[in-house]
Design a protein around this ligand. Structure first.
Ligand code: ATP
Ligand code: MG
Length: 397
């Protein structure tokens, strides 16, 4: 077996297309990768259209460390040698020899970033493939879809050899400066919504509306656990826990039962806007999906949106529950989301929520309330929790 890779090439696919913005994206990427590879003694170097991670760590640990990084299209473990063709051959044989006597196919791919290198890519390929076969490599060549694509890349000062490219998470690196306010309940949907915003490079702060004693402490803990999962994909976040009890009690006492859900959501928006103003938040994100439950209709969404001065992003709007669950599992939120604790809305939810809210009725109901005072009270009864991202991520979680 050959020794461990000397480094890893972090590739950024889509990022590479971003022209002059590329530098900023690469800086964001480095900020995200750095704390994740610190415990592996990882050193990062910017290279043309890629980043090189040097570490002596076990490849499996590197793979885990990079499994929460958006903005990577692929990760190649590489072996680095000099430019001497004899040394390159020796390394190529070391990498390929363990695969002798298997039914795998192979191909050698030559690349040349250093145009002064005396061999061109084609010569390099032929020379190396010929050498490997002479050494006794008994694998079939498949130029189109080889199981083992041995790539040999002549860089400016060194040569990289690699066999494998692990898929990255895709998307764009999370940019710590653009904040989105995720309405995070303990359910399946909202953590996935937050995750998809992170995937497009937005960082989130989360807002949870808690209704003690109607919702148990364990429900709040569940939301904290979900916030911890989200925090792994960016460098920590703030979770605002809003005490919503007084507001919910007032709504239940004063307003039409059928309209509880819509009225509650409208207050969630107002409180979210007030909290986000302080941190220059740029949008509100929810886990709503059109028609998923009776209350998530376009009429209700219209009523919820009315008067909200920030864009409301609903990344799940067109998704099926099965698709949402798949992402929830993939991001490791699902086992937490399915723990059975009721959130405030299921406790306060009416038997027959309105499915086509009328703005006229909404306004009539809200005239019974001192909106500003209710919002101010909720904001005052908000606790801001700093949720840090710790690496490596514990195995059990
Ligand atoms: P989820 O699975 O995210 O709970 P859901 O399908 O149960 O969503 P609803 O309960 O109707 O849908 O809530 C719609 C959205 O409103 C949620 O996705 C979330 O963004 C927000 N929301 C609901 N309840 C709360 C809460 N207690 N705190 C914060 N946000 C909430
Ligand atoms: Mg819910």
């Amino acid at each position: 077996m050959s020794d461990k890779p000397s480094a890893y090439v972090l590739r950024f696919g889509e990022l590479a297309l971003k022209g002059r913005n590329q530098d900023r994206f690469v800086d964001d990427l480095i900020k995200i990768v750095k704390p994740r590879v610190k415990h592996l003694g990882g050193k990062l170097e910017k290279r043309h259209k890629k980043v090189l991670l040097r570490t002596e760590a076990e490849p499996e640990d590197v793979r885990k460390a990079l499994s929460t990084v958006f903005g990577l299209s692929g990760i190649s473990p590489i072996w680095i040698v000099g430019h001497d063709i004899e040394v390159i051959k020796e390394k190529a044989w070391e990498l390929m020899a363990p695969h002798c006597n298997s039914d795998k196919t192979f191909a050698v791919r030559g690349r040349r970033a250093n145009k002064r290198y005396p061999m061109n890519s084609m010569d390099l390929q032929l020379e190396l493939a010929g050498f490997l076969l002479d050494q006794g490599l008994d694998l079939k060549v498949d130029l189109k879809h080889p199981d083992l694509p041995l790539t040999v890349s002549i860089e400016l000062k060194e040569t990289w050899l690699y066999l494998d490219t692990w898929p990255g998470l895709g998307g764009l690196p999370v940019n710590g400066k653009t904040k989105h306010g995720l309405l995070l309940s303990g359910g399946i949907d909202s953590p996935v919504a937050g995750h998809l915003i992170q995937k497009r490079g937005g960082s989130i702060d989360a807002i949870y509306f808690h209704t003690p004693p109607f919702t148990v402490e364990a429900a709040r803990e569940k939301v904290v656990d979900l916030a911890n999962v989200l925090a792994r994909y960016q460098n920590g976040l703030t979770l605002y826990v809003v005490n919503f009890t007084a507001l919910m009690k007032t709504l239940r006492a004063e307003c039409l039962d059928k309209y509880m859900v819509v009225l509650t959501r409208r207050f969630m928006m107002r409180v979210a806007v007030a909290l986000l103003e302080k941190v220059n938040g740029q949008s509100i994100v929810t886990g709503e999906s059109l028609g998923q439950v009776a209350s998530q209709t376009i009429e209700n969404i219209t009523a919820i949106n009315e008067g909200v001065p920030l864009p409301i992003l609903r990344p799940l709007i067109g998704m099926d529950k099965t698709e949402i669950i798949r992402i929830s599992e993939h991001m490791s939120a699902y086992p937490i989301s399915i723990q059975p604790f009721e959130d405030c809305c299921s406790l306060f939810s009416p038997k027959e929520p309105v499915t086509r809210a009328s703005l006229k009725v909404v306004h009539r109901e809200e005239r019974k309330l001192d909106i500003e005072a209710l919002v101010a009270e909720a904001v005052e009864h908000t606790e801001a929790l700093a949720i840090e991202a710790r690496f490596p991520i514990a195995e059990s979680t």
